[in-house]
Design a protein around this ligand. Structure first.
Ligand code: SF4
Length: 290
């Protein structure tokens, strides 16, 4: 039986006191333990940013890669060994900014990855520049007159790209976040868990007090059906006085990418015997150089 203490690492987080990353970290460890996943069965992949430090603070396998390349590396991991539960933990800058292309590609492929985006709507590690999810007019050191661009609605982008599991949680409700992560861990394809989290040092306007009265659970809305794509598209863009959290859209009818790759039918690549090239393949390789 897997227990929460199995994920306890002696490495202590360096996050600022009160950072929303603490809630996400605790929720993820609990979700993994309650899902019966042992640390050796899990690979956490992250990029660069405050949230991307999370794999350091657990005992699961971890891979910290370049800024924005989290999903690209996680895709490689999943294709090499789809017996592993592959989870990305990275911020909105890494996930939706530098990694924007990889985000859309991962959604389109429906690769079996749980993508936890720690969305504090600012670049915290580099001391407070505006990010793709910052609101228009957001004043930072690099946007003293306010951000000019419109903010990105990541769930709406993912839905337009064919997303099959689109959810939002927030770091002030751990119980709900644990439930959300456990549901995402059971999804057969790409599962987005976009987590709203305060950055208490560089995004003071987006605080616990600002978020708490605004978030509401879609599952409590009378008649809300998470399999209704059109309704989900409306909810994915709702922002302001009311912010929906929960599973906004889900379908299990679409096969995961790895289910469609012929080379993976015999099981994870790492468990398949090494294959040497056939004489015909050697001939083809030689032709490339003539
Ligand atoms: Fe958290 Fe912001 Fe501090 Fe980074 S800078 S650890 S996101 S509070």
């Amino acid at each position: 039986m897997v227990e929460l203490k199995d994920y306890a690492s002696p490495v202590r987080p360096t996050w600022c006191p009160g950072c929303g990353n603490f809630g996400i970290w605790n929720a993820l460890k609990k979700a993994l333990a309650e899902s019966g996943l042992a640390p050796h069965q899990v690979m956490l992949v992250s990029g660069i940013g405050c949230g991307s430090k999370l794999p350091d603070y657990t005992t699961a396998n971890g891979f910290l890669t370049l800024h924005g390349r989290t999903l690209a590396v996680a895709t490689g991991v999943r294709l090499a060994n789809h017996g592993l539960k592959v989870i990305c933990t990275h911020g909105d800058g890494d996930g939706y900014g530098e990694g924007g292309n990889h985000f859309v590609s991962a959604v389109r492929r429906n690769i079996g990855i749980v993508d936890i985006v720690q969305n504090n709507r600012v670049y915290g590690l580099t001391k407070g520049q505006y990010s793709p999810t910052s609101p228009q007019g957001f004043v930072t050191r690099t946007s003293p007159e306010g951000a000019i661009e419109q903010m990105l609605h990541p769930l709406a982008v993912a839905l337009a790209a064919g997303g099959t599991f689109l959810s939002r949680g927030w770091s002030g409700d751990i119980e709900h976040l644990v439930w959300l992560m456990k549901e995402a861990l059971q999804h057969r394809g790409y599962a987005l868990v976009n987590v709203l989290q305060p950055c208490v040092s560089f995004n003071r306007m987006y605080s616990y007090d600002w978020l708490r009265p605004r978030v509401y659970k879609v599952q409590d809305e009378p008649g809300y059906d998470p399999s209704d794509r059109a309704a989900a598209f409306v909810k994915a863009q709702e922002w302001g006085e009311r912010i929906p959290i929960g599973i906004l859209y889900r379908t299990e009818d679409v096969p995961a990418y790895e289910e469609k790759v012929p080379a993976l039918e015999a099981g994870p690549l790492v468990k398949q015997p090494l294959r040497t090239k056939t004489a015909q393949e050697y001939e083809l390789l030689k032709q490339e150089y003539v």
